[in-house]
Design a protein around this ligand. Structure first.
Ligand SMILES: *Cc1c(COP(=O)(O)O)cnc(C)c1O
Length: 465
C-alpha cells in the first residue's frame, strides 16, 4: 500500500487529489487547474497548510469546531470508547452507555420539554428524520393528509434528497432536488436584499405573515410543520428583523403547526446561548442538531424531540426509520466530552458576556468601509454585505459572487478564512477565539476588503448593476 503523507510535495498531493477526489460544492474542473489548498494541521483557531502557512479559521471549519482545534480530551474520549466498544447499534432493543449518557445530557441542556433524541450521522440525515417523524406523527393522530412542510427560500437544511428538498438555495434547486413532494417554500427575511422601501420591522412582519397566508392557502389540515434556521447560516448569515420570530411563533401556536428549529449551526453556543431558539425566545417542537454537537471531531447529528411527539410516536407502533450509525458510541463519547468542555469551561457564558459583544463592536465597525453596506452579527456568526452603492443597497453589475470570490481570495492571501455567499462575506469563528485573535481577524478582514476595493476599481467591477 502506498503511504501518502503530509510530507509529500504539495503539487504531488494536489495532482492525486485532482485525479481521485470529487469535492463537495466545488467546480472540480476549475479546482483541478488551481490545486486544492491542503490543510495539514490545526490548533486553537489556526490552521496550517502544506506550505506551512498559518491561517486564522474564522469559519470554524464548516461552522462546527466550536471549542477550537487540538483538544486532546476529545481524542482521548474517542480512543477510550474505541477500545471499550467501538460499535454497536441501537436497533432491535439494544442500547449502550454513550448513547444513554448523551441523550440524558441533551435532555438536560435543551429547553423545556425537549427531552428525547433520535440520532443521525449528520444534520442532513437528521432533517430527513424530521420529515418522516412529523408526517408519521400526524398520521398516528389520524391526519395523514397533514403532511406538507413549509420551509423558506435560501434556507439550508442539508444535501441529502430530504435535506435538499427542504432547503431553498437556488444553486441546489436545479440539481436533482427538490424531489420530495409536499414541501412549500415562502420568502426569507433578508431585509438588506429584499426589503425595498420597508423598514426592517415592517418587512420582518410581512415575511412572517407569508407563513400564515401559506397555511390558510394550503389548508390548516394539510400543513404538518414549519422548518427554519433561527439565523440562516449557509444562506449568508441572514439575521431576521426583530419582529420576525415572535410573529412566526404566534402563527405556529394559533394554527397548531409544528415548529422545527434547525439548530445545526445556531446550537451549542453559536448565538451566546445553548440554542438559537433561546436567543429568539421561540418554542420549537423539534430541534435539528449536528456540527457543534461534537465540535466536528466526530460525525453526529440528531433531532431533539418534545414529550408529546415522542410519546405519540412511541405509542404508534414501529417507527421504521434509523441509520446504522444512529447513536454511534464513539461519536456519542466525543460529543459528551465536547459538551463537558463547553460547560466546565463556561465557554458559552464567556461568549455571551465578553467575546460576542467584543466581536460585535469590531464587526459592526466594518460598515464604515466604503465597500460594506450592512454589517450584521448574532453571537459568533456575522455577515457583511458588499455593495457598489451603500445608499441604494445596490448590487454589483457583475454576476453575484464575483466580488465575493475576489474578497475571499484576498482573505486567504492575508491568512484568513472568511467565506463568501454571493457578495456577502461571512464569519463564524470558534467560540474560544480570544480578543487578540479577534483583533487579528478584523485587521486581516479590513486588509482583504481594502485590496478587494482597489482590485475591483482597477478591473471596472466597481459598478452598480
Ligand atoms: C450544515 C447544515 C445542515 C446539514 O448538516 P450536514 O451535517 O452537513 O449534513 C443542516 N442544516 C443546517 C442549518 C446546516 O447549517
Amino acid at each position: 500500500m502506498n503511504v501518502i503523507s503530509n510530507h509529500m510535495p504539495t503539487a504531488e498531493l494536489q495532482a492525486l487529489d485532482a485525479a481521485h477526489h470529487m469535492h463537495p460544492f466545488t467546480d472540480n474542473a476549475e479546482l483541478a487547474k488551481t490545486g486544492a489548498r491542503i490543510i495539514t494541521g490545526a490548533d486553537g483557531v489556526t490552521l496550517t497548510d502544506s506550505e506551512g502557512h498559518k491561517i486564522l479559521d474564522a469559519m470554524s471549519g464548516l461552522w462546527c469546531v466550536n471549542i477550537g482545534y487540538g483538544r486532546k480530551e476529545l481524542a482521548d474520549a474517542a480512543a477510550r470508547q474505541m477500545m471499550e466498544l467501538p460499535y454497536y447499534n441501537t436497533f432491535f432493543q439494544t442500547t449502550h452507555v454513550p448513547a444513554i449518557a448523551l441523550s440524558a445530557k441533551l435532555a438536560e441542556l435543551a429547553p423545556r420539554d425537549l427531552n428525547h433524541v433520535f440520532y443521525a450521522g449528520s444534520g442532513s440525515e437528521a432533517n430527513d428524520t424530521n420529515i418522516r417523524l412529523v408526517r408519521h406523527y400526524w398520521a398516528i393522530k389520524g391526519q395523514p393528509e397533514k403532511n406538507i412542510i413549509i420551509s423558506r427560500k435560501n434556507a439550508y437544511h442539508g444535501s441529502t434528497l430530504g435535506g435538499g428538498s427542504l432547503g431553498g438555495m437556488s444553486g441546489m434547486q436545479t440539481q436533482g432536488v427538490p424531489v420530495i413532494p409536499g414541501i412549500h417554500h415562502i420568502d426569507q427575511p433578508d431585509w438588506w436584499s429584499e426589503g425595498g422601501d420597508m423598514t426592517p420591522e415592517a418587512f420582518g412582519l410581512e415575511r412572517a405573515k407569508q407563513l400564515e397566508a401559506a397555511i390558510l392557502d394550503l389548508g390548516v389540515d394539510r400543513v404538518a410543520a414549519f422548518i427554519a434556521e433561527p439565523v440562516q447560516g449557509a444562506g449568508g448569515v441572514i439575521v431576521p428583523p426583530s419582529t420576525y420570530w415572535p410573529e412566526i411563533q404566534r402563527i405556529c401556536d394559533e394554527h397548531g403547526i409544528l415548529l422545527i428549529a434547525d439548530e445545526v449551526i445556531c446550537g451549542f453556543g453559536r448565538t451566546g446561548h445553548w440554542f438559537g431558539s433561546e436567543y429568539y425566545g421561540i418554542r420549537p417542537h423539534i430541534m435539528t442538531i449536528a456540527k457543534g454537537l461534537s465540535s466536528g471531531y466526530a460525525p453526529i447529528g440528531g433531532s431533539i424531540v418534545c414529550d408529546e411527539i415522542a410519546e405519540t410516536v412511541a405509542n404508534g407502533g414501529d417507527f421504521n426509520h434509523g441509520y446504522t450509525y444512529s447513536g454511534h458510541p464513539v461519536a456519542c463519547a466525543v460529543a459528551l466530552a465536547n459538551l463537558r468542555i463547553l460547560q466546565e469551561e463556561k465557554i458559552i457564558e464567556s461568549v455571551h458576556d465578553t467575546i460576542a459583544p467584543y466581536l460585535a463592536q469590531k464587526w459592526q465597525a466594518l460598515a464604515d468601509h466604503p465597500l460594506v453596506g450592512e454589517a450584521k452579527i448574532v453571537g459568533m456568526m456575522g455577515s457583511i454585505a458588499m455593495t457598489p452603492h451603500k445608499e441604494s443597497q445596490a448590487k454589483f453589475a457583475a454576476d453575484a459572487g464575483t466580488v465575493g470570490m475576489i474578497c475571499r481570495t484576498r482573505c486567504f492571501a492575508n491568512g484568513l478564512v472568511m467565506r463568501h455567499v454571493g457578495d456577502r462575506m461571512i464569519i463564524a469563528p470558534p467560540l474560544v477565539i480570544s480578543k487578540a485573535e479577534i483583533d487579528t481577524l478584523i485587521e486581516r478582514a479590513t486588509k482583504a476588503l481594502d485590496e478587494t476595493y482597489e482590485l475591483i476599481k482597477a478591473d471596472g467591477l466597481y459598478k452598480v448593476g
